[in-house]
Design a protein around this ligand. Structure first.
Ligand SMILES: Nc1nc2c(c(=O)[nH]1)N=C([C@H](O)[C@@H](O)CO)CN2
Length: 119
């Protein structure tokens, strides 16, 4: 099964970072998600209840990061992947988190992980 539901460039403002000054401010993260989902069922029923609701996932991403407020992008990615897989029943996902302001000489820095099995 190679179907996916996508979220690209989801902007989330949160506390993140290893330095003391970063614990006093919020910074913008940009999040991309590629989530395995069988889209044939919602396509045939035209029912969002059968779909992986990208609006609901987007909201959970923001609330999860707001609760976690981690130091590392790696911690954010690992926790987020586990949370989304468990709460939404996602078998496989690829997750990229970019931190655009972190290195001024770079457009963005970030991490990418894949978790689970596609089939
Ligand atoms: N691999 C990582 N390296 C760094 C991280 C990170 O989350 N993962 N974070 C920082 C600082 O918080 C940085 O973003 C401040 O500019 C440094 N390196």
């Amino acid at each position: 099964m190679t179907d996916s539901v996508l979220i690209e460039g989801l902007a989330v403002e949160t506390v993140i970072g290893v330095y003391e000054w970063e614990r006093e401010i919020t910074q913008r993260l940009l999040i991309d998600l590629d989530m395995a989902w069988d889209n044939t069922v919602p396509a045939s029923t035209d029912d969002v209840a059968q779909a992986l609701d990208y609006a609901a996932v987007s909201g959970r991403v923001a609330s999860y990061l707001d609760e976690l407020q981690p130091q590392l992008l790696e911690t954010a990615a690992e926790g987020l992947a586990a949370c989304l897989q468990e709460e939404f029943g996602i078998r496989w996902l690829a997750l990229t988190i970019r931190k655009p302001g972190a290195v001024p000489e770079a457009r963005a820095v970030g991490v990418r992980i894949e978790r689970g099995r596609r089939s």
